[in-house]
Design a protein around this ligand. Sequence first.
Ligand SMILES: [Zn+2]
Ligand SMILES: [Zn+2]
Length: 166
Amino acid sequence: MITKLRKRYYCEHCGKGGGSAGHMRRHERTCTANPDRECEMCQHTELGHHEIPMAELVAMLPTKSDFAEIQYHEWYDIGGLPVDLEVNVTSRLAYPGLEEAVKQVMDALREAVGNCPACILAALRQADLCDQISSETFDYKREKKDLWDNVNDAESAWQDANKVIL
Ligand SMILES: [Zn+2]
Ligand SMILES: [Zn+2]
């Protein structure tokens, strides 16, 4: 029998693990939880390149500690009977008014990062707000898709334009 121990590498910022040091190094450099992150999305698209440090972006956002917390319980119904066993309950903390306060600064945040979805996500994540906002306030997946669709459109338009010139 052959036993092999393989190294695993973990992101210092978010704890994500992987088997490749190179991949994890790249992830760590751009990780949305990294306060000194480089933004590949900004670099690739050249749409949102900005020089504002993450700490300043985070400071634009409201904090949970400014809002009173309440506990939410979601009760799951099993076989038509309401069950209040702990295992069937999920609780999360909610902060009334917090999402509304985030919404109010979203335009300023968007402007500060040139509307880059990864930079917006990083600021929200580092402000510990990701569990408090709905897709109505910010939908990373949709915005990222829209951005790449635009970039691809722009690239094909550029290629078409060049075909005419060449
Ligand atoms: Zn990470
Ligand atoms: Zn960015």
